[in-house]
Design a protein around this ligand. Structure first.
Ligand code: UGA
Length: 357
């Protein structure tokens, strides 16, 4: 597929262009290529400075609208980042979460299969399910999956995402790539509760909000769960690695027995070197914030433990460890996330403190 970065005739559709990842992707496409962007979202506050860019066309709409889906699928490359992906919503709004994460992307996949677009679909590291504290490296093509019971409604999101992956993989004629993000962090992540969003954002934004407000960080079930925090800038480099490899591949179907490098593949995108327990994350963030503010860390409130159900509501459950194998992306795309944890946290937290000051 022709994806030369200097080709002005290429337009990429970015669904969710106004979101956390989408806003960074838009910025990178405009800086690193000569392409045009067809951006779709319902909220454009993160990309105000791009709204009049002559290389961009924006549509305010979502994938629930068939006409929007048809329009998006006219473009040769479609990156779908749209999703409800805030755990605090998975329990109380599970039906909406499932529609957003299965019905809508499945409709987009159908349209892309018909039009011949390459669909780069953002899934989630939660498709590995209710991983235990001693689970090892999660591998795209071999790790088995266990979810909690139906009463643990937290898994509404993960099961919908997994079903979408399977639907995409089973759809005849679709050229697809699935991306499984492992806790991307960076500027513009989520929201500050009560300021530009309601409910509980993901942990980094939630801890940042509490620090800015001088409140105690809440450690769900003692903060024993572990995550590998990954810079959103590494995530954008991954997408460009995909573009590059897809651009250098021909359009013909691979020969029998040949594994395509980019198409019909799911990729973990995460940084296994950046693993922390949530309690360790809280401590690191307190130290960084104290440094930013020029105060002693002991002057910040100590973290407090809360139970998951008490904090998020009935049906909350958790993955205790999510350690990505990154061998496949290294082998097929030559990509490995490189931003160390301290840099990730400092980038995110200093942006947050300044933005919401
Ligand atoms: C979420 C989404 O469900 C995934 O789709 C997404 O891929 C993932 O974030 C991500 O960012 O990649 P999760 O990692 O559970 O999954 O999201 P967080 O809300 O950031 O929670 C991480 C851990 O911190 C959990 O153990 C949670 O219980 C804990 N937590 C969260 C706290 O201890 N305190 C808080 O204030 C918030």
């Amino acid at each position: 597929m022709n994806l030369r970065f200097d080709d002005r005739s290429i337009t990429v559709a970015v669904v969710g262009c106004g979101g956390f990842i989408g806003s960074h992707l838009l910025q990178a496409i405009l800086c690193r290529t000569q392409w045009r962007v067809f951006g779709v979202d319902l909220d454009f506050y993160r990309i105000q400075d791009k709204l009049n860019d002559e290389r961009c066309e924006f549509l305010c709409g979502d994938l629930a609208d068939v006409a929007v889906v048809e329009r998006i699928a006219q473009f040769p490359v479609v990156v779908n980042l749209a999703a409800i992906c805030t755990p605090s919503r998975y329990m109380a709004e599970s039906a909406t979460v499932i529609r957003s994460n299965y019905d809508h992307p499945a409709a987009l996949a159908d349209a892309c299969a018909k039009s011949g677009s390459w669909l780069v679909h953002f899934s989630t590291s939660e498709v590995y399910g209710r991983t235990a504290a001693d689970s090892g490296l999660l591998e795209e093509d071999s790790t088995p999956v266990t979810f909690g019971p139906v009463t643990a409604s937290r898994w509404s999101y993960a099961t919908a995402k997994l079903l979408t992956e399977r639907y995409i993989a089973g759809l005849s004629g679709l050229r697809w790539t699935v991306v499984r993000p492992f806790n991307f962090v960076g500027p513009y992540m989520d929201f500050m509760p009560g300021v530009d969003g309601e409910g509980i954002p993901r942990v980094l934004a939630n801890f940042s909000s509490a620090l800015v407000r001088g409140e105690a960080l809440k450690l769900v079930n003692g903060g024993k769960a572990r995550r590998c925090f990954t810079s959103v800038f590494d995530a954008i480099d991954f997408i460009f690695a995909l573009f590059q490899v897809a651009g250098s591949a021909g359009d013909e179907a691979p020969a029998l027995g040949e594994v395509p490098a980019v198409y019909s593949q799911a990729f973990n995108v995460g940084n296994p070197d950046n693993e922390l327990t949530i309690a360790e994350l809280a401590q690191k963030m307190r130290e960084i914030y104290a440094e930013i503010r020029g105060v002693g860390v002991e002057s910040l409130p100590a973290p407090v433990a809360v139970s998951g159900e008490e904090y998020y509501g009935e049906g909350y459950d958790d993955s205790l460890r999510r350690l990505p194998s990154v061998a496949k992306a290294e082998r097929l795309l030559g990509f490995r996330a490189k931003t160390p944890i301290d840099v990730c946290l400092r980038d995110s937290l200093s942006w947050f403190a300044e933005h919401y000051a």
